[in-house]
Design a protein around this ligand. Structure first.
Ligand SMILES: [Ca+2]
Ligand SMILES: [Ca+2]
Length: 432
């Protein structure tokens, strides 16, 4: 057990210590034994390994996903983009200079270019300009080395996995009753299908949703209890529900992600409104539920009303993935606080005590609620309204207590421990 885990476990008390110890171990010595409550009595509460166990390994690598599984995550979360030859690979963005060593490959120097992705100009290297064989010559590196310097020891070691390889890992790591699930996200689907061009100017014209469905079927991985499909965009989820999944014989729960409800907009809506698309054909009756209809001002904030959430549940979504800061709004702290006593004051916010009503509305509509993203490092943490600096563990227990059924977390061991503690705290005395 690492020092960090030892300190964390000490705070848990004896009841959860043993289970947490197993979950907290990492690296080659890790046991395959699933967490104690994993299968039967978790009350449907899940832990989603965000980009794998990205707090401990470079994100979206087989090693990151494998560690998440061994820490007890129920689902591993690949973000999906496409290569030039139309293969889905796991990267958070199609621009890959931040998480690979592509800049160190002189043979790819002439692939560097500037493109506009969802309205933002980016300079770098883009997956749609590389064949899978070329992508496989790259190696992953830590995205945020300043925050996670310990992860840089793995820089240069791991390949970029295909989606098929992630599925194969989930199958391989499933044991007995413990079935590992996957929680794939389509990244920039409007860009890939409609707007984006390769470096040679040709349209990408690739449907990430169609590729996703095709890959699931080809891999024989179609159990709706083991998959959620998520996206920040709306159109591609509706298309999956109404067209692509029925065509492929799939029926998989879909989760609508929400970017900041204070201003951010689903890019498919931005694009379709700007291009005069047939909104009724794309979004069906959604426009009638959104106040003022669908237009240039339609943002994620338009999706938090009861009528819209009810419509989403009735027509395409099984759940929503809100930003945790929208659920529990924060105010800035000035100066910042050094919560862990390491001499660096990095905790910069405090919760207001407000819980956004979208939570209750979504639960009332019958939607699952899976907020993102819990991260254990101090710069991502906050204080309770009464001034107690929170750990990610406490934040996770709080979210379960509020009624969410799961969350995306960079340290799945912390999420598993939180579930253990939450269920144990609520276990009646006769059961102890
Ligand atoms: Ca994601
Ligand atoms: Ca600190």
């Amino acid at each position: 057990m690492s020092l960090r885990c030892t300190k964390l476990a000490w705070t848990l008390g004896a009841v959860a210590l043993l289970a947490f110890g197993a979950a907290c171990a990492q690296g080659p010595a890790v046991t395959d034994r699933p967490a104690r409550h994993h299968d039967d009595d978790n009350h449907g509460l899940i832990v989603i390994g965000h980009r794998g166990a990205s707090g401990y390994r470079p994100e979206h690598t087989i090693e990151s996903y494998r560690l998440a599984i061994r820490q007890g995550a129920d689902f591993i979360e690949p973000d999906l983009v496409a290569t030039k030859d139309g293969v889905l690979v796991a990267r958070h963005e199609n621009e890959i200079s931040g998480t690979t060593d592509v800049a160190d490959h002189p043979e790819f120097a002439n692939r560097k270019t500037t493109k506009t992705i969802d309205g933002v100009a980016l300079t770098g290297w883009f997956t749609e300009d590389f064949t899978l064989a070329e992508i496989k010559t790259l190696r992953a590196k830590e995205r945020i080395p300043d925050v996670r310097p310990q992860n840089t020891r793995y820089d240069g070691l791991y390949q970029i996995p295909t989606f098929a390889e992630v599925i194969q890992l989930a199958k391989r790591e499933s044991r007995g009753n413990r079935k590992i699930g996957i929680y794939p996200e389509t990244k920039h689907p409007t860009y890939f299908a409609k707007e984006g061009r390769r470096i040679d100017g040709s349209p990408i014209a690739t449907s990430l949703g169609a590729k996703l469905a095709e890959t699931l079927v080809a891999q024989g991985f179609t159990d709706p209890k083991r998959i959620y499909i998520q996206s920040f965009e709306v159109e591609n989820l509706i298309e999956l529900k109404k067209k692509l999944m029925p065509m492929a014989g799939l029926s998989i729960p879909l989760v609508q992600l929400y970017d900041d409800i204070d201003g951010a907009k689903p890019y498919d809506i931005v694009y379709n409104v700007a291009h005069g698309a047939d909104l009724a054909a794309i979004y069906g009756g959604l426009a009638e539920k959104i106040e003022g209809g669908i237009g240039p001002d339609t943002g994620y904030g338009s999706f938090v009303t009861q009528p819209v959430l009810n419509w989403m549940k009735a027509n395409y979504a099984s759940g929503i993935g809100p930003w945790k800061v929208n659920l529990l709004p924060r105010i800035a702290l000035d100066p910042k606080v050094d919560a862990n006593g390491d001499g660096n004051a990095e905790l910069g916010t405090r919760n207001t005590g407000i819980v956004h009503p979208m939570l209750g509305r979504a639960l009332k509509a019958g939607l699952q609620v899976h907020p993102y993203t819990l991260r254990a490092e101090e710069s991502f943490l906050t204080q309770t309204p009464n001034g107690v600096s929170q750990t990610a563990l406490a934040e996770a227990v709080q979210l379960y207590s509020m009624g969410v059924q799961g969350f995306f977390i960079d340290q799945p061991d912390v999420g598993v421990a939180a579930r253990e503690i939450f269920l144990d705290l609520n276990r009646q005395a006769r059961d102890r």
